[in-house]
Design a protein around this ligand. Structure first.
Ligand SMILES: *[C@@H]1O[C@H](CO)[C@@H](O)[C@H](O)[C@H]1NC(C)=O
Ligand SMILES: *[C@@H]1O[C@H](CO)[C@@H](O)[C@H](O)[C@H]1NC(C)=O
Ligand SMILES: *[C@@H]1O[C@H](CO)[C@@H](O)[C@H](O)[C@H]1NC(C)=O
Ligand SMILES: *[C@@H]1O[C@H](CO)[C@@H](O)[C@H](O)[C@H]1NC(C)=O
Ligand SMILES: *[C@@H]1O[C@H](CO)[C@@H](O)[C@H](O)[C@H]1NC(C)=O
Length: 339
């Protein structure tokens, strides 16, 4: 194993302590979502597959490195709905594009990690909200039926029903999520985790208070149970929680992780933090490491996290977690090395 000196030091401090309590630690391997905006539009000409065979960065090499050298066990693989269907609304997968995305999923599975299939559309298609004037719940369910049919045989797949819903009716949104859950289970994926995303860009600071978590508590498997239905939460550490600034101002413990943990325990539920991160700066390393350390103490209800982001992001992207290869040695970004 080869580490940056700093990685070795950071790991030496953590191994044997609470490090092992998380069920999942990992990172987003972005690229198939490039071109997607918060209004649910996706310019699929901007996609950069994070796979060398398609002319992109070495996502497989990155994931192998993260597993081998950082002990990571989770990769989130964002993709735009429009890319999967070649801009045709509905659930019919456009095979030439799906094959490329599936190559990334298979690369992820080959590392032994768990892999989140993340539809990165903000609860929308080209500005219209799912089940609220935009795509019908049936069209959303058809997409998930198609995807789950492709992946139902893999235990390590996690179904990320939707990235960052926002500005919608949370009660109606929970009904749309119920359609996705039904479709995934009916396609034969009966045991895998499914992620339930709340309003306000899946904010960990509001899902327990804004009504969207309350509405999602009612989502069930077709058999009436709530087994393996896990809340999806995001949180950044910059002053406006946007993940667009190099400096961080909070560890989110008092405003998000502590009250969220209480709410999850009261309701007998769990959550996964599928996006978090900061710039590779002293302030972000400090606050991000505090956040992760706290999350480990509530690992009974917070199953883990995946950082934003590696894959096709350049190493000068503000929140980059993309490692660099020199010869045969991968070097991690500071937020990964330290936290
Ligand atoms: C996929 O989309 C492109 C661009 O819109 C179009 O040229 C092509 O015909 C589409 N392919 C199919 C099979 O519909
Ligand atoms: C959400 O939609 C439901 C069902 O149509 C409606 O009863 C409720 O008033 C709506 N909530 C808000 C906040 O608009
Ligand atoms: C959840 O379901 C219960 C029972 O059907 C219902 O009374 C309650 O209003 C629902 N809560 C939300 C937030 O939709
Ligand atoms: C981040 O904070 C450092 C230290 O306070 C400061 O020097 C730097 O200018 C800040 N960077 C940005 C982009 O605000
Ligand atoms: C790559 O590693 C070699 C050998 O350790 C070193 O001399 C060189 O400076 C490194 N290159 C970069 C870009 O870090």
């Amino acid at each position: 194993m080869k580490f940056l000196a700093s990685t070795a030091v950071a790991l030496a401090c953590m191994v044997g302590s609470a490090f092992a309590q998380f069920r999942y630690t990992g990172v987003n391997i972005a690229g198939f979502d490039f071109g997607c905006g918060t209004d649910g539009t996706c310019d699929i000409t901007q996609v950069v597959p994070p796979l060398t065979q398609y002319g992109g960065p070495d996502g497989l090499g990155q994931m192998q490195h993260f597993v081998r050298n950082d002990g990571y066990s989770l990769f989130r693989l964002p993709v735009g709905w429009q890319y999967l269907t070649n801009n045709t609304l509905g659930g019919t997968l456009y095979q030439p594009n799906f094959e490329k995305y599936n190559a990334l999923v298979q690369a992820c599975l080959s590392t032994g990690a768990s892999c989140i299939v993340d539809v990165h559309n903000y609860a929308r298609w080209d500005g219209g909200i799912i089940g609220q004037g935009g795509p019908t719940n049936e069209q959303f369910a058809a997409l998930w039926y198609s995807l789950a049919s492709e992946f139902e045989q893999y235990n390590n797949i996690i179904f990320g029903t939707m990235n960052e819903p926002h500005d919608l009716n949370a009660t109606l949104w929970a009904e749309s999520v119920q359609y996705a859950v039904n479709a995934i289970r009916e396609a034969g994926a009966t045991t895998q985790l499914i992620l339930l995303p709340g309003d306000q860009y899946t904010s960990a600071a509001t899902i327990w208070s804004d009504g969207s978590g309350a509405a999602l508590l009612n989502v069930t498997n077709p058999d009436g149970t709530k087994t393996n239905l896990i809340f999806d939460v995001h949180k950044y550490l910059d002053y406006d929680n946007s993940g667009t600034h190099a400096n961080c101002t909070t560890n989110n413990i008092d405003t998000a992780w502590e009250p969220l943990s209480q709410w999850l325990r009261e309701n007998g539920r769990q959550a996964l933090n599928t996006e978090t991160g900061g710039g590779n700066t002293a302030s972000c390393i400090e606050y991000l490491c505090q956040q992760v350390a706290y999350q480990r103490t509530v690992a009974d209800v917070i199953l883990g996290y995946s950082g934003w982001a590696a894959g096709s992001f350049a190493t000068d992207y503000i929140l980059t977690e993309t490692p660099t290869l020199n010869g045969t040695v991968w070097y991690d970004q500071p937020t990964v090395s330290y936290c």
